[in-house]
Design a protein around this ligand. Sequence first.
Ligand code: NPG
Length: 366
Amino acid sequence: MKIEGIELRRVTMPLKTPFRTSFGVEHSRDVLLVRVVTPYAEGWAECVAMNEPRYNSEYVDGAADVLRRFLVPALPDDVDARTVGRLLAPFKGHRMAKAALEAALLDAQTRAGGESFGAFLGAVQDRVPSGVSVGISDSVGELLDVVEEFLAQGYLRIKLKIEPGWDVAPVRAVRERFGDDLLLQVDANAAYTLADAHHLRRLDDFGLLLIEQPLADDDLVQHADLARRIATPVCLDESIDSAEHAAAAISLGSCSVVNIKPGRVGGYLEARRIHDLCRAHGVAVWCGGMLETGIGRAANLALAALPGFTLPGDTSASDRYYATDLTAPFVLSDGHLTVPSGPGIGVDPLPDVLEDVTSSTEWIAR
Ligand code: NPG
């Protein structure tokens, strides 16, 4: 596929309400979009790096910089999107930036071939169950109201963000109020240490699906220790950057569930490798989210339709975060979102919305 040029576009998407995690509060999403232009089709992708390097070491200005200086120039004029991972491998890290470039090329290539991204990846579902991630609230009462509203909208699984001081009490309150049948899980974003094992064991009383990333991202051995000490299944997010990390985590016993985010692991093809590995080992996976706009969400839905994705993902509807999405909105139906079936990722940015939210564009000609 011949590349004519690549556009890096920055858009600012205000969030409907602030989203608080153990590492910070997001008020708006500063998104880097990558558009690849080829003679036969354009491809779009969204880079999930956040404004600041708090979730992991990447941040959006850094992603734009490494793309323009190293990653885009490393591509030959004629490229098969499936080889992009290998071409970019000499550059260390920067997985979110690499993932976005690869995804834009995969979109262009599958669009040109008239194939949907889901079909390309091996999707077996035409809709996927939706979970929702609920930020840290100012009070338990406020949290209960927020959860009630999401359940009324039809979300099939609730994930509560937790941190030291906001864990047992909110989990107990949600469990008591909404009952034992509610699919409930928690996400600590690495806010605890192994010294908290005894405290975290108190969460065993609440029948959680899983506890996500309780300890630091480089603590695979300590996660294995924690997993032996608590009954709640341990799920890893930040710790799993690649299929190699997933293999290590599985053999160490660090987790029994994996959150797969294509951006975090360097792309959808690496995400599929992790899926295949976990499936072969009987480890459940689910699709994480990074407050994507419709562009990133569309591609995530294709991934979440693979057979090993047996738990509901953070694949919520457009209106979870945005009053106006960049694409036609993804709407919840019976707790599910439809996997796009058109060529490529199956959605396009709406020109007027895109224009409105764009803060800068940069064209890298070939
Ligand atoms: O629904 O897209 C979504 C967001 C889901 O909670 C979510 N993402 O750690 O998984 C996470 C978390 C996150 C939030 C990551 C903010 C980065 C920033």
